[in-house]
Design a protein around this ligand. Sequence first.
Ligand SMILES: C[S@@+](CC[C@H](N)C(=O)[O-])C[C@H]1O[C@@H](n2cnc3c(N)ncnc32)[C@H](O)[C@@H]1O
Length: 285
Amino acid sequence: MVLATLVPCFAMARKRTKKTVSLITAASADRYELYEGSVYDPDADHDFLVKTFQARRKRRPLTLREDFAGTSKLSALWIQNHGKTKAWAVDLDSEPLRWGYERHLEPLGEVGKRVVQLQENVLEVQTPKVEIVTAFNFSYWIFEQRALMLTYFRQVCAALENDGMFVVDLMGGPDVQQACEESREEESGFTYTWEQETMDAITNHIDCHIHFEFEDGTKMMKAFTYNWRVWGLPELRDIMLEAGFQAVDTFWEGADKHGAGDGIFKKASSAENEATWIAYLVAWK
Ligand SMILES: C[S@@+](CC[C@H](N)C(=O)[O-])C[C@H]1O[C@@H](n2cnc3c(N)ncnc32)[C@H](O)[C@@H]1O
């Protein structure tokens, strides 16, 4: 696991590589460019999806529905990696969809047309049956009631081919249940801060924010805010099974010699409740 100083913050702070983002001040910066430059790099997710599906189903998956797609970056990667792939990218908000279209899809010309962006609610969207549905960066934690989570998982199960796979990521461990703030400087001239407010002990509700600060001292506070419930792994697995999935596998991250996360996720049925951890849950239809 990646153990940070003070109270570690995992959320939105992993699976990234250094990017060049040209910006100088809060006034000139583009918050999606900052987000993609500091938070989200879907390469690891992409490789995990292909490898995990192929290992069980003995074929290369071709169709993906990216729920909570934001800028649709995973979908863009999906269709570039194989000539017969298709993706549906679903998000409620037209702004990141449009940004992602202009940044990631339009430049690809004909290839980019293999991604269908849908500005819709994941609870209601209708798409052709796909082999894989994803809900990454903990976005599905927006559903704070069990009944709503069950409705969502049922919707996903119905949207999958008969041998389809649903993948979510999650974080946990005692440090995820308390307030934390963690910053790091990015090479391209800004500082990224993840702030998580204290978890409500009764509802498990948390409010989280991403802030950016620039070398000239200007700040973009609350560039992104997330209001979530912290869900436990066993309860999510139980809801997936109740929603109709046949089996749910947990993929746990290994550690390097310094105890930091090594980015390699392996199937596990038991694990130590480290201070902070992340995992994938893979539900099979
Ligand atoms: C944390 S962002 C995730 C973006 C992207 N998947 C990533 O990992 O970087 C969450 C996204 O979920 C979208 N969202 C929230 N509730 C939704 C819903 N019910 N249906 C579809 N999209 C939703 C928001 O508009 C936002 O773009």
